[in-house]
Design a protein around this ligand. Structure first.
Ligand code: ATP
Length: 235
């Protein structure tokens, strides 16, 4: 579904990604793991059209998407949940969700279906439908930004550090949601610092180091390599 070949990503003179290649097949849950600054978020941003590669190619379902805008990518089924976890604080939960469906707002039946699916998946949001999003807890806001991204009806969901700064019990809830989304047929590329947690739900994993893919493999293959844990995954 998604194929990245030897991309380089820069912020001006800073090379955030030097040479990353990866593949995500339809229906897979793939992780991008690695230390702070390894280039994980930048890689996600390039798939979402926020950061243009200075070298290399990105293809989605056979189409070169490296130069498409974020809006064009949303219409092609790519949704990203950035680690900043930004909600529109003065808008209600429901209004935040409606904004997530902006690109398909004319498809009122489809939007309503997605909204019902999200309220089934995140019952807590259903209870807070009229509440301003700024009054939600961190864990609730994380659920809202995932649900808002899902309102565009993506086929590929890019999740950047959904567990960041959340209490362990809330992290468990978020990971349960990720598993349910995946079971619904969604393809997911997940960036996580919490490697052990992420590998409990993933099919395959890429470990990034200093802007390159240090290694990759199925979850069983990576789990067997105790050396990787101490080198790349923080012990
Ligand atoms: P983290 O978990 O800390 O976000 P990461 O693996 O996602 O780490 P990136 O955020 O992709 O890494 O950053 C890769 C490199 O690019 C780092 O050296 C970082 O300092 C640099 N970088 C990231 N964003 C910018 C920016 N807006 N301007 C300049 N350099 C940046």
């Amino acid at each position: 579904m998604l194929e990245i070949n030897s991309i380089e990503l820069r912020y001006g003179a800073v090379k955030a990604v030097r040479d990353v290649s990866l593949k995500v097949n339809q229906g897979e849950l793939v992780t991008l793991l690695g230390a702070n600054g390894a280039g994980k978020s930048s890689t996600l941003k390039s798939i979402a059209g926020v950061l243009k590669p200075s070298r290399g190619t990105i293809t989605l379902n056979g189409e070169n998407i490296a130069n498409l805008s974020p809006e064009q990518l949303v219409r092609r089924g790519v949704a990203m949940v950035p680690e900043t976890r930004d909600v529109f604080p003065d808008l209600t939960v429901d209004e935040n969700l409606q904004l997530g469906a902006f690109s398909r707002r004319r498809d009122t039946r489809g939007v309503e279906k997605s909204r019902e699916f999200m309220f089934d998946l995140f019952p807590l949001l259903a209870e807070r439908i009229k509440q301003p999003a700024g009054t939600l807890s961190g864990g609730q806001q994380q659920q809202l930004v995932i649900a808002r991204a899902m309102m565009s009806d993506p086929s590929l969901l890019l999740l950047d550090e959904p567990s960041l700064g959340l209490a362990p019990v809330i992290v468990d809830v978020i990971f349960e949601m990720i598993v349910k989304l995946r079971q619904s047929g969604l393809t997911i590329l997940l960036v996580e610092q919490n490697a052990s947690k992420a590998m409990k739900v993933s099919d395959r994993n890429y470990i990034l180091s200093l802007g390159r893919v240090a290694t990759h493999g199925t979850t069983a293959e990576i789990a067997e390599r105790s050396d990787l844990k101490s080198i790349y995954l923080g012990g």
